[in-house]
Design a protein around this ligand. Structure first.
Ligand SMILES: [Zn+2]
Length: 102
């Protein structure tokens, strides 16, 4: 597991290659060279070289693929839920508007 030492507060933290791989896949860049790791202590962004993590990312490729699919599914479900909530809100508003007319 890749270990990062925060440049700002010197705290050491681990990076999960599966999580990093999924995050990198979400970037709209082809072959990103750096991963921006956020320090859990001070929230400073630490640039981590992807090349240094490549072996770990390759080893976790299947798990990364599974996580990306899972996240895409969750995002789709959240979008549907938001749509349903918006529809419900609109219906409620129309109902109330109709009531006001009386
Ligand atoms: Zn820090």
């Amino acid at each position: 597991m890749a270990n990062v030492t925060c440049y700002k507060c010197r705290r050491r933290f681990d990076l999960d290659p599966v999580f990093v791989g999924a995050e990198l896949r979400k970037l709209k860049i082809k072959n990103p060279r750096h991963y921006q790791a956020v320090c859990p202590a001070c929230h400073a962004t630490n640039k981590v070289s992807v090349t240094e993590m490549q072996d770990e990312l390759d080893a976790a490729a299947d798990e990364i693929e599974a996580l990306v699919k899972e996240q895409a599914k969750a995002a789709e479900e959240a979008r549907k839920r938001a749509q349903a909530a918006a529809k419900e809100k609109k219906a409620k508003k129309e109902k109330e508007a109709a009531k006001d007319k009386k």
